[in-house]
Ligand binder design. Structure first.
Ligand code: RP5
Length: 181
């Protein structure tokens, strides 16, 4: 199936929902309107060859499904959950309260408060229930952090991350040399 969506600023996006038998990362979002932001996490995981699943899980509109998703994720073989939401963004924190897995929160940019509401809702977790929070709208970094978490116990994945970082450095070096010519 293909998930298509338009966000509050009119940015449209679509993503082919993968049929992978053993997803290692769960990407969830409060609404399909979060997809234009959250697809960047999927792009990173695709680049690193990490199987993932994508779903719409709303803390407010589908609380029972959120409970089911979070409490079964570990048994289904998920190792890391990336959760994005905007506004009163309770999804990452509630999911973290229901699973022992690491949860990465993505504050989605909202129209009313530019994502500051999302950021504060996600980052201000009480002691005991951590959510690793990335910058507003930066789902790519959530994907990269998931790769690093998986890489802690996987030397091959760590090597891929080291290569990615070396490539980033090369790109910047090239730009610097061009500028200094
Ligand atoms: C949140 O409310 C979602 O994560 C989304 O960012 C925001 C708006 O949702 P829609 O009204 O576009 O469905 O729950």
């Amino acid at each position: 199936p293909v998930l298509k969506a338009v966000d509050g600023e009119g940015n449209s996006s679509s993503i082919e929902v993968p049929h992978k038998s053993s997803p290692s990362v769960g990407i969830i979002m409060g609404s399909d309107s979060d997809l234009p932001t959250m697809k960047d996490a999927a792009v990173v995981l695709d680049d690193f060859g990490i199987p993932y699943e994508i779903s719409i899980v709303s803390a407010h509109r589908t609380p029972e499904y959120m409970y089911e998703y979070a409490t079964t994720a570990a048994d289904r073989g998920i190792n890391v959950i990336i959760a994005g939401a905007g506004g009163a963004a309770h999804l990452p924190g509630m999911v973290a309260a229901l699973t022992p897995l690491p949860v990465i929160g993505v504050p989605v940019k909202s129209s009313a408060l530019s994502g500051n509401d999302s950021l504060l809702s996600i980052v201000q977790m009480p002691k005991g229930i951590p959510v690793a929070t990335v910058a507003i709208g930066n789902a790519a970094n959530a994907g990269l952090l998931a790769v690093r978490i998986l890489g802690a116990a996987n030397p091959g994945m760590r090597q891929k991350m080291a290569q990615f970082m070396a490539n980033e450095a090369t790109t910047v070096e090239k730009k610097r040399r061009k500028l200094e010519q």
